[in-house]
Design a protein around this ligand. Sequence first.
Ligand SMILES: Nc1nc2c(ncn2[C@@H]2O[C@H](COP(=O)(O)OP(=O)(O)OP(=O)(O)O)[C@@H](O)[C@H]2O)c(=O)[nH]1
Length: 550
Amino acid sequence: MEATALTLSSRPAAASRSPAKGTFASLHPRRRFSAHAVHLRAAQSASLRAPSPGARRRRRRGSGLVVRAEMFGQLTTGLESAWNKLRGVDVLTKENIVEPMRDIRRALLEADVSVPVVRRFVSSISEKALGSDLIRGVRPEQQLVQIVHDELVQLMGGEVSDLVFAKSGPTVILLAGLQGVGKTTVCAKLAFYLKKLGKSCMLVAADVYRPAAIDQLTILGEQVGVPVYSERTEAKPAQITKNAVEEAKRKNIDAIVMDTAGRLQIDKSMMVELKEVKKAVNPTEVLLVVDAMTGQEAAALVTTFNIEIGITGAILTKLDGDSRGGAALSVKEVSGKPIKFVGRGERMEDLELFYPDRMAQRVLGMGDVLSFVEKAQEVMRQEDAVELQKKIMSAKFDFNDFLKQSQNVAKMGSMSRVVGMIPGMNKVTPAQIREAEKRLAFVESMINAMTAEEREKPELLAESRDRRIRVAEESGKSEHEVSQLVAQLFQMRAQMQKLMGVMTGQEALPGMGNLMESLNADEKAPPGTARRKRRHSKTRQRELDAVPSS
Ligand SMILES: Nc1nc2c(ncn2[C@@H]2O[C@H](COP(=O)(O)OP(=O)(O)OP(=O)(O)O)[C@@H](O)[C@H]2O)c(=O)[nH]1
């Protein structure tokens, strides 16, 4: 998934913009699959081997499939069952979204998202799903994925919330949090991050109750090449931090990150101490470090700290572990404070800015749906769609249309990118994609060898062996292959007409899905073969009768 598309940015939902002008039929449902299933299988097969601690660490560090399966696997699975319920429906209605909404609600609750958040979320999704305009060529389930994506982004704060820097003097970042959440590690990771931004940095050891924490910070400081200010356990945290700011000013240091003591639970003395430190140093940022594994508890903690001491944001650690997603989804909504960073491992570089859109994508275990929708709209302008529709209705779909469809696919980038953008489509193997691309190029070379008249009137080719031989010679293909292509076009015409007949309204239009299907289904059948096979089917017989004998 990572490889296919992580470029989705926080943009207004396509559904909320003007309705799509073009059409683009969805790819064939048989080719859909469960994206996360691969993740889960990867995770399961890895766990069967009972990995060593080293291997577990490596797995966590990787950005591959296993990590995502651990992160949001269950949530992704739950949401996917919602999309599955919409397979085959043409439009989202009050009735047909009931079940999917139930699945979404259940998935979020199981991911440990708080009940009020889930309630608001689901009600907003339902409202948008019913109020959204149908985008031509985008299946209702894809549309729902997009709506859920956009809502998830909003839920998590919409935009990325970057660090704020002091306008003058050193930027002071005060870290708070319960014991063992990863505060000390985050101090060093932040120093590493700031150094990468070109800022000089200093760490401050203000946990005066645990000498081991001071030692740990000193070691980590050395590791990232940043000085650590410490007065051991001699003074009170407020005094130490105040002295540290003075020292930083003297040394012209850009940013100071302060490690404070953690407690097993929130207690009064902890809050009092933090308030004193805050008063003493007037920090630019007060960030609460919370453990993602604690789910909605993390969101409650952020709320409490914000009320008690006033914080500017949160840092979510251990997102590489078995977090079910509840914390990432709830913190902003519950506390009103943004998540600024996420920790994804124990290494210094495992701290990243928190991007709501990327996180939403991960939660959905999906490719770049929004880009797919936009591209589908770009690729087929409405005029083209109307023109094509007319041709289909009058059985005039010709080789020019065939070529245009092929070129539309080419315009959308490679087939693999298109496929990767659609949730549930990633099971198509790279080999299959290469095969489909090769097949398109193969077909195009034959169409290019046809005269303009032959393209417009495929009957000419169906009726004349000489013409077929000429096209074969010019394109470097065999006569048999040209015959196959001609037969295929007539079959497509028949299929499209049939499809148009059963379609309600003007919304759906056969596109590449049908084209590709036909290309593959009839690959090996020379003209007439299918007719023999399906002699029993009257409908089929009528379709094939449209193919002139050669
Ligand atoms: N997997 C993983 N482990 C982490 C992450 N952040 C911290 N840790 C680990 O969590 C453990 C606790 O981290 P510390 O930084 O010592 O936690 P602390 O909050 O400073 O703890 P106290 O000093 O006791 O308050 C360490 O083993 C860290 O390596 C993370 O993002 N992912």
